[in-house]
Design a protein around this ligand. Structure first.
Ligand SMILES: [Zn+2]
Length: 274
């Protein structure tokens, strides 16, 4: 007799779990740049500081039934709270579909959570938080080592430790070169160190073939959005787009379509063996 729960129930549970984690990511996004603790004090309205009751702190639903406003001060709460919860829930189900419930799922769940925090912190305050990217580099490498030494997941597509290490080196190295070259030719500091550590983290989690894909998609989407901004705000406007969200997008593209994409530039490689 098959006693495993129906797939729909597993997917729903993973969706709810993702939204709860998304709710915590919101706390990280709001507090990490200020150097505040992410565990205390408990959630409070960012505008009037009134503590939020547990029944007003239900992921996704609270935002809808409070119509995006604080219960006590009635001020509008940023839709970012809803978007982050929805994104984490959505990607959790996508990860479940791609990897099933196993070690690879949890490793990439951590990666997606880190990418979401970095994206929204960078959009908000133009910083890629080191407290996420630097431990992320170590975690990505550690996960590849664990899976390689003590295979935990039959269906794993985690990179080998060598691929992870090479990913860190060329991920960090390539952007470091770009930053040096930019500074050399223009005399202006262009690329932030945060982007360099972020791409190293992406290389650590996904292996070196992810680095060119993430860079390519980041440059492509970044240029398109940059052009749209230029037409909208007027040419010559000094608005520098943050680059990290585009790198995160590139990493997510690789995470879900990597084997298809890498086949274009790694035709001779057996994908499972890099
Ligand atoms: Zn309030």
């Amino acid at each position: 007799m098959n006693l495993s729960p129906p797939p729909f129930l597993i997917a729903l549970t993973v969706f709810i779990f993702g939204s709860v984690v998304g709710s915590f990511l919101n706390v990280c996004i709001a507090r990490l740049p200020k150097g505040e603790s992410v565990v205390s004090p408990p959630s409070h309205c960012p505008l009037c500081n009134t503590p939020i009751h547990f029944y007003d702190n239900v992921p996704l639903l609270s935002y809808v039934w409070l119509r995006g406003r604080c219960r006590s001060c009635r001020e509008r709460i940023s839709p970012r709270y809803f978007i982050v919860e929805l994104l984490m829930a959505f990607f959790s189900v996508l990860l479940l579909g791609r990897f099933g419930l196993g070690f690879t799922f949890f490793v990439n769940f951590v990666l997606v959570a880190a990418l979401i925090i970095i994206t929204f912190v960078d959009l908000d305050v133009r910083i890629v938080p080191d407290v996420i990217s630097i431990p992320g580099i170590g975690l990505g490498l550690l996960a590849s080592l664990i899976q390689y030494q003590w295979p935990m997941d039959r269906l794993s597509i985690l990179p080998s430790p060598v691929s992870s290490l090479v990913g860190i080196l060329i991920g960090g190295g390539s952007l470091l070169l770009v930053a040096w070259a930019y500074q050399f030719f223009t005399g202006v500091e262009g690329m932030g160190g945060g982007d360099i550590k972020l791409l190293a983290m992406i290389g650590a989690f996904l292996g070196w073939p992810a680095v060119p894909v993430a860079l390519f998609f980041a440059s492509l989407t970044g240029s398109v959005v940059g052009l749209i901004f230029m037409f909208w705000k007027g040419v010559g406007s000094k608005y520098a787009l943050p680059f990290a969200p585009f790198l995160c997008l590139g990493a997510v593209v690789y995470l879900f379509l990597g084997d298809l994409l890498a086949a274009f530039y790694l035709p001779l490689f057996e994908m499972r063996s890099y």
